[in-house]
Design a protein around this ligand. Structure first.
Ligand SMILES: [Fe+2]
Length: 484
């Protein structure tokens, strides 16, 4: 039976206990595959060479207790494109927790909705490395949204090379959404947690050594998800969404959004000391993802996808209510300007349409940019993406490629054309789940004209479960022996 649980009303799912995040397009896959010479409809552009890779949750065992979508073990899915041919691979990230559960033949941890009481002593959560993936210093790094060990992976074989400690220099954890500056080769990162100072920030050198590391004093434990960089600064977030202190005292997790607390953005010079952080206040909100940031005169400009309703839903009942109440995405493009001279913040909506999982041309990360490529959130389900929007952030205008009936996209990185100078001279690459056939395509779009539809479709004979973040590794940046 094909169960399109994504279309089930959340209230029904909550009451019946059918967990939609273990079925249909979200159902975990069990085989690790290498599939070469994939069928292509149309033609892969001759100058598109590299690796498209996406991370996501994929539990290796039947979960114990109520499963939250964020709980699954990290699995990366890649399509390596070289000389007009495409090869698909998927591999679990071999985290410590994954290896121990594999040896045990069963889960040792329960997910975040359940009490951590029965989890391994001193390890309330399993570090799954399931959230983000980026490329730095010839390796992929798989990162976890709760801040954990960065796991290094081979960018072509996807083999786990091990937990990355940057030559023994890493003194903290690393959250999802560290930022690699392609021009300098530096990697800016943060972590966060319940212990003071509640956040830490650092810079890894192009050679892979932590060169800078400072504490960031927050008023209490927070749940930041992303950061941003400019050429000279990094921007850290202190947002009024946190674990309810009463629930935390009982070792439980319950999100609380404090409408009386401002959002705060900490602007720190890239190699700045803790005392050099400048905090800027703005209206309360939550932000999963930044789009880009840059400097304009005295101002730091920050574009984000700003969440409209951060509170969990309170209208669901039943065994899965707490799982489902958080799983909602509704965000819009929003711009902040932080004036370093006056200390003032201004903010404005760029566009009020629902979109998230933004990508940009990584070559302009931290520099003034004009284009963002966002997933349009389907009105049918807040976790399914029905179109790829190309935003002109200078005007808020968007052009949209709609994936079509029963086709759902995934975060779509920008693949620059070799030698390109224009910001949008390149391709957009996305997994698109084909619901009727229960499998996945890779669509390749011309970033200069997304409404023209795909230049080609690479047909996977398998389904890539709906997941989280993706990146593109250009062929010329792959270690030489692996470029083809
Ligand atoms: Fe994220």
């Amino acid at each position: 039976m094909t169960l399109h649980v994504d279309r089930i009303d959340l209230a029904t799912a909550a009451e019946t206990g059918v967990n939609p995040y273990l079925a249909g397009p979200y159902a975990p896959t069990h085989d690790e595959l290498t599939l070469a010479n994939l069928e292509v409809v149309g033609e892969i552009p001759a100058d598109l060479n590299g690796v498209y890779v996406r991370n996501g949750p994929n539990p290796q065992h039947e979960p114990r207790g109520r499963y939250h979508w964020f709980d699954g073990d990290g699995m990366v899915h890649s399509v390596h494109i070289a000389d007009g041919q495409a090869t698909y691979r998927n591999r679990w990230v071999r985290t410590d927790g994954f290896d121990r559960e594999r040896e045990a033949g069963a889960p040792l941890w329960q997910g975040i909705i359940e009490s951590p009481r029965d989890n391994p002593p001193g390890e309330p959560e399993k570090d799954t490395a399931n959230t983000d993936v980026l490329f730095h210093n010839e390796k992929l790094l798989a990162l976890w949204y709760r801040a954990g060990k960065p796991y290094a992976l081979d960018p072509v074989t996807l083999e786990t090379l091990g937990a990355e400690d940057f030559d023994g220099t890493l003194r903290c954890e690393v959250s999802a959404h560290a930022k690699a500056d392609e021009r300098t080769g530096e990697l800016m990162f943060f972590d966060y947690g319940v212990r003071r100072p509640h956040m830490r920030y650092g810079v890894v050198s192009p050679e892979g050594v932590v060169r800078h590391f400072v504490g960031v004093d927050l008023p209490g434990p927070r749940l930041p998800h992303d950061m941003a960089i400019t050429e000279r600064h990094s921007i850290l977030m202190d947002l009024p969404l946190y674990n309810d202190p009463e629930a935390a005292r009982h070792g439980r997790f319950k999100l609380f959004f404090d409408r009386d607390m401002p959002s705060r953005f900490g602007v720190i010079p890239r190699f700045g000391r803790s005392c050099e952080i400048r905090w800027f206040e703005a209206a309360p909100c939550f932000i999963y993802h930044s789009v880009n940031a840059w400097e304009e005169g005295d101002e730091v400009v920050l574009d984000v996808c700003r969440v409209k309703k951060p509170e969990p839903r309170d209208d669901l009942a039943g065994p899965l209510a707490s799982v489902l109440s958080y799983l909602r995405l509704d965000a819009h493009m929003h711009r902040y300007r932080f004036n370093l001279r006056t200390g003032k913040t201004t903010e404005q909506t760029i566009d009020d349409d629902n979109s998230e999982f933004p990508s940009i041309n990584n070559r302009v990360l931290g520099r003034p940019s004009r284009f963002a490529y966002n997933m349009h959130i389907s009105p049918e389900s807040t976790l399914l993406f029905d179109g790829l929007m190309k935003y002109d952030v200078s005007t808020g205008a968007a052009e949209t490629h709609w994936f079509g009936e029963g086709r759902w996209g995934s975060e779509a990185p920008f693949a620059p054309r070799p030698g390109a100078t224009a910001e949008d001279d390149g391709y957009i690459v996305s997994y698109v789940y084909e619901e009727r056939e229960g499998r996945t395509d890779v669509e390749v779009l011309d970033a200069r004209d997304v409404t023209a539809g795909p230049l080609c479709r690479i047909k996977l004979p398998v389904r890539v479960p709906i997941g989280f973040h993706a990146t593109w590794v250009p062929g010329e940046r792959l270690p030489e022996a692996q470029a083809n």
